[in-house]
Design a protein around this ligand. Sequence first.
Ligand code: B12
Ligand code: SF4
Length: 501
Amino acid sequence: MARVALIKLFTGLNLAPAQLSGELLRAGHKSKIIYFKNYEDHLVGEAGNYEVAEFSGRLYSIDGRELIWNCYKPFSDTEFELLINELRDFAPDVIGFSLYSGIIKESAQVTRKLREHFDVPIIWGGAGPTLEPELCIPHADIVCINEGEEVIVDLANRIDAGLPWDDIEGTWVKAADGTIIKHKVRPNIPLNAIAIPDWKRGNYVHINADQVKRGRFPQNLGREYPIMTQRGCPFSCSFCIESRYQEMFGKKDSLRRRSVDVVLEELRWAKQFLDIETILFYDDVFTVNPQWLREFLPRYKEEIGLPFWCYTYPTTHNVELLKSLKAAGCISITMGVQSGSERILRDYYNRPTKMTRVIEAGREIVEAGITGFFDLITSNEFDREEDLRATFEFLLEFPKELKCVAFGEMISFPTYSFSVMSEQNQIAKKDPNRIAVAVADQQPSQEVYDYYHRLYRLTRTKLPVDTIREIGRDIRYRRDPKLIDPFLNPEKIPRFTGLSA
Ligand code: B12
Ligand code: SF4
């Protein structure tokens, strides 16, 4: 039996550590999951007092606050001491880090600290190492590329048996002499074979604010049970990891769904052993594959019967399908809209959707009686004011019943095709012959965005649409956007499941 400690910096992406721990336990190993530190959102004016993770951004909360997310208080000596003590008690044979692209620097800092106290192999995995293994391997001994279920068990088995672990498929390894061995990528795993994730409270430790808490999940995790029934996405938006994974690992067969039986088996387990109240289906687009849903939904209602939330996409549902979701317990659904400008959707987001269809898709959610939410990316460097106007015009038509928690700016993650476009644009802008090249440099000023964000929020108020349209045409509000504020009744931020945080 090998002892594997899994460290997750900043609570929030919890599925991977739970999944990997589940795999290890099933294979007869021992594991411990440690959440180290919390992320915090802070007002733009106050964020300077905190550390901020890379690829963070502005969040325009629907209640009018402008926030920077992914802020954190620096790691303190006490917190490091608590982490080291926890690990000493556990005595790991290997330490794993699960990380996305924004926390390579922080993961390196914690890894360095742990190396002073533990002489065991350190493996990094997650979106960050998968996309940029070359940035990660200098810090880790071994980097997992793509899915980690088989890799972590293979590594634990070898360590347990005293065998070398430098030839595991799906990894990059740093040899003793510093050379880097790049193994070939593993094929996508059969999803029906994955273990039930480890959500047993006893295996969790949470270190934050100079304190250690055991056996207690942060936020609503536990009460709101997170699960994915599939991996992959049929779409390829330029700003999303799915399109990058399709380029790296092949699009064909990338969209895989677990069988109805195994999903229900996990949910039955969760219902029996955890204190859960709602289910959050984090599938990228839950509403793909109506055939699967036709089999799943009646059985879900019968065997699980808990209220749930999921994601949809404007072209993957119709009223009939939504009504069957509702009948099975769907209380709320989030639809990605991302922009009200067909130009932006088509030319920059690789999401060529007609706004007429998006509006119809919104109406269908209302008709089905499901609480609807939508996501919107409200600024990117290719915007022109006409795109912001188009988003406003769209929102005037889009049913008011659909809510938005916050508007976000585009976050350009490394290697994504949006980022490649962005880099090319930056180069083109510096080109002395820029007249000759296509350059996007008409991005509106922050003041103009502030004005449109107010108009967008206005479309979600009870004010009649004609009045909102008039305000949007009246130049006085354009000149002084604060005049719009009295019309914006600050609303409580809605939550998907109705549970309090
Ligand atoms: C669900 C989800 C969320 C949920 C998580 C819910 C929950 N309770 O866990 C919510 C909405 C809360 C969320 C939050 C965030 N998310 Co998110 N999220 C996802 C999503 C859709 C699925 C991730 C997931 O859990 N998959 C299931 C698990 C089992 O698989 P996995 O994470 O891919 O991990 C596998 C491998 O990477 C590997 N692996 C992972 N860790 C490790 C560790 C070791 C040691 C090994 C060996 C292997 C390994 O093995 C795993 C199993 O095969 C992805 C997009 C996607 N389709 O992947 C985005 C994604 C991961 N999120 C992303 C981001 C940016 C965030 C936020 C930072 C957003 C923000 N606030 O700024 C936060 C992060 C918060 C934090 N503290 O870390 C980005 C990361 C981008 C990047 N390039 O790194 C993604 C890729 C979306 C995107 N924009 O492209 N997210
Ligand atoms: S539909 Fe959603 S998950 Fe799929 S590629 Fe687009 S943004 Fe990513």
